[in-house]
Design a protein around this ligand. Structure first.
Ligand code: ATP
Ligand code: MG
Length: 275
């Protein structure tokens, strides 16, 4: 039923990395997770171990009456995935126009995804505003806004705190109440990281600010076709805490402990996340 969206006004801040890993943590702890890629980069699938030659997807082939179940694929992390699909610039522009005119082509299937009470839908968005994100944000229960702990990101924090970056009016204000600010690539004890973190906490007031450590293991894991949360590293620990915060925020339905968990995640078993 609930939806978590990973969004940011900025690119390259870790949205896809965090969406993939939070999805995997939630799946590993027994939740039914469906990850939806809204970004034509089509990169979420790579984090979740889909071979690069597999080109099928959801948004790239969106049309009237497309049954999303036909394009969903399972991943070894236990996350069901709707990749964006391979596409070209013209199709991306056409899709932008189509969703501006007919957002229901996306919102109707997503409402259908959300109709299952146990399913958590995790959305990975491209940077900045898009018609797809505008259509889906009102359906989100938690909006993880990802920024870096640097000067460029710090300049954006006030517009995240006010909700202005989500748009204007009542719907944007309502979405702003669901924001969890995630500062990624934080270096504890580094003056700039500490200063940005303090600014973020002050600006966000009562709303949660989460931090994920800068950690070379994160980039290495992707190159190595692993998820960072499969290892023990500072970022892995932070991502597990983030998943926990988000699960509580969305009041996730209780997880179902599977009798036969998929093999290959011994680290998660060692952490007590799966049997
Ligand atoms: N905590 C971290 N520590 C170190 N590197 C990280 C961390 N998080 C993400 N990265 C690296 O930062 C880069 C950008 O990450 P990612 O692709 O997830 O960002 P994004 O916000 O989804 O980008 P885009 O806007 O292009 O979609 C990747 O190389 C990733 O490995
Ligand atoms: Mg991305």
């Amino acid at each position: 039923m609930p939806m978590i969206a990973f969004v940011s006004p900025k690119g390259g801040v870790g949205k896809t990395t965090l969406a993939a890993n939070v999805s995997a943590v939630l799946a590993a702890s027994g939740h039914e997770v469906l990850a939806l890629d809204l970004d034509p980069q089509n990169a979420l699938r790579l984090h979740l171990g889909v071979p690069i030659h597999e080109e099928g997807g959801f948004l790239a082939s969106l049309e009237e009456d497309l049954d999303w179940r036909r394009v969903v694929r399972s991943t070894r992390a236990g996350v069901s995935l709707l990749p964006f699909g391979m596409t070209d610039p013209k199709r991306v522009l056409d899709l932008t126009r189509l969703l501006l005119d007919r957002p229901e082509l996306l919102t109707n299937p997503v409402k259908d995804m959300l109709a299952s009470p146990r399913r958590i839908v995790v959305v990975d968005a491209p940077p900045g505003p898009t018609p797809a994100l505008t259509a889906l944000l009102p359906l989100a229960d938690a909006i993880a806004v990802v920024l870096l702990a640097d000067g460029g990101s710090a300049s954006i924090i006030p517009s995240v705190a006010s909700g202005r970056f989500l748009g204007r009016g009542t719907i944007a204000s309502r979405s702003a109440q669901k924001v969890i600010l995630v500062l990624n690539q934080v270096e504890l004890g580094e003056p700039l990281s500490d200063a940005v973190f303090e600014c973020a906490q002050e600006a966000m007031g009562d709303q949660p600010v989460h931090a994920v450590a800068r950690d070379p293991a994160v980039a290495e894991a992707l190159a190595d076709r692993r998820l960072p949360i499969e290892g023990t590293s500072p970022a892995a620990e932070d991502i597990i805490l983030l998943a926990d915060t988000l699960a509580r925020r969305i009041q996730a339905p209780p997880p179902v402990i599977r009798e036969n968990p998929r093999p290959g995640f011994s680290a998660l078993a060692a952490w007590g996340l799966r049997r």
